[in-house]
Design a protein around this ligand. Structure first.
Ligand code: G3H
Ligand code: 13P
Ligand code: ZN
Length: 341
């Protein structure tokens, strides 16, 4: 499944006032929902696969599903990305599987070790034309409860959790990574903030200054929309106090501060789960999986379309393909122009 790396996407996103959505895939319905939404909105996209997704669905199944999606929408710019790769061996395996982009996440290691493993991954990936995302800092660093410290200790240590702009410059110079996931207050999952949701926009601004030209990535960027939490809770779920990053803050991080890639998984899980719960609760006799997975897939389409507008990436597919053509690199053989609407 040779698609495109993230480079042509980020080249345009960096100054273009939009970000590319990176959506996690784990099965057929999730993949179809994402692709259908991006095709409807003519938006570039990154399909990302975690180690857990590889284990759950098996890579040969995911590969076949993605190949089918590419064949259905051959004019869409798509990158296939490893999410949170933890070893250089896994990076090598994913490159052999046809991934066009990988993340090596050494953020939990001491700094020098993060530099070392990231630089190794970059050498391996660049030899195959694959782009590399790295991570520096610790997600969730804006609230003491997310990083598991008491308020006083946290106050003293906050600098350690958020990405340090000066260290980011050194890290980029030493590793030559193609993009950097930064810790600016987001965290994974559906319970991101106990207090007011806020991002460290000043950090993004400072990192953009110390690392001009380096595309920044926001992990943990689900917004956990209240209407989906309400549906889950109404139909038997228990997700009290769930809270995400407000969509207007993500929009601002993208359009005002220049973030290029935004990772979303939790909101897809929520859309699917809320719909399935609703079907089970309102149609207790239903047992045909197509009649609950189908509405779940439709809910993912709606959720992703909403995200593409938030990220301002709707309508940007053609420009990315044209930019790729101008670079002189041949387009993949399957590529064909979109049919007139
Ligand atoms: O950042 C984590 C993503 O949401 C993937 O989650 O490891 O459960 O597949 P996972
Ligand atoms: P969310 O849990 O906020 O969707 O973040 C997903 C993510 O960062 C995947 O790498
Ligand atoms: Zn992540």
């Amino acid at each position: 499944m040779p698609l495109m790396s993230t480079k042509p996407m980020f080249d345009l996103a960096y100054t273009g006032g939009f970000a590319v959505g990176a959506f996690n895939v784990n099965n057929m319905e999730i993949t179809q929902g994402i692709i259908e939404a991006c095709a409807a909105e003519k938006s570039p996209l990154i399909l990302q696969i975690s180690k857990g997704a590889r284990k759950y669905a098996k890579m040969n199944y995911l590969k076949a599903i993605i190949d089918a999606a590419v064949a259905e929408y051959p004019w869409l710019p798509i990158a296939i990305h490893l999410d949170h790769g933890d070893t250089v061996d896994l990076v090598k395996t994913c490159i052999a599987d046809g991934f066009t982009s990988v993340m090596i996440d050494g953020s939990h290691h001491p700094y020098e070790e993060n530099v070392h493993v990231t630089a190794d991954a970059v050498k391996v990936a660049h030899a195959s034309g694959v782009t590399v995302e790295a991570e520096l800092g610790m997600l969730g660093g804006i609230e003491e409860d997310v990083v598991g410290m008491d308020a006083h200790e946290y106050e003293k240590n906050v600098e350690k959790f958020l990405t340090d702009p000066v260290q980011a410059k050194d890290f980029w110079a030493k590793t030559k990574c193609d993009s950097l996931a930064v810790a600016i207050g987001t965290s994974h999952g559906a319970f991101k903030f106990k207090h007011e949701a806020k991002l460290a926009f000043d950090r993004i601004e400072q990192i953009m200054k110390t690392c001009p030209g380096l595309p920044l990535v926001m992990h943990g960027s689900s917004s956990v929309p209240a209407e989906f939490i309400d549906l889950v809770n109404k139909y038997g779920g228990q997700m009290p106090n769930a809270k995400g990053v407000p969509e207007d803050q993500i929009h601002m991080a993208v359009t005002k501060y220049g973030v290029c890639k935004v990772n979303i998984d939790t909101d897809l899980r929520l859309a699917l789960t809320a719909k399935i719960r609703e079907v089970f609760a309102t149609k207790p006799a239903e047992f045909d999986p197509r009649n609950y997975l189908g509405p779940g897939r439709d809910a993912i389409v709606g959720m992703v379309r909403r995200k593409l507008h938030m990220l301002n990436s709707a309508g940007k597919a053609d420009a990315i393909i044209q930019h790729w053509e101008k670079s002189g690199k041949p387009l993949p053989s399957f590529y064909s122009k979109p049919k007139a609407a």
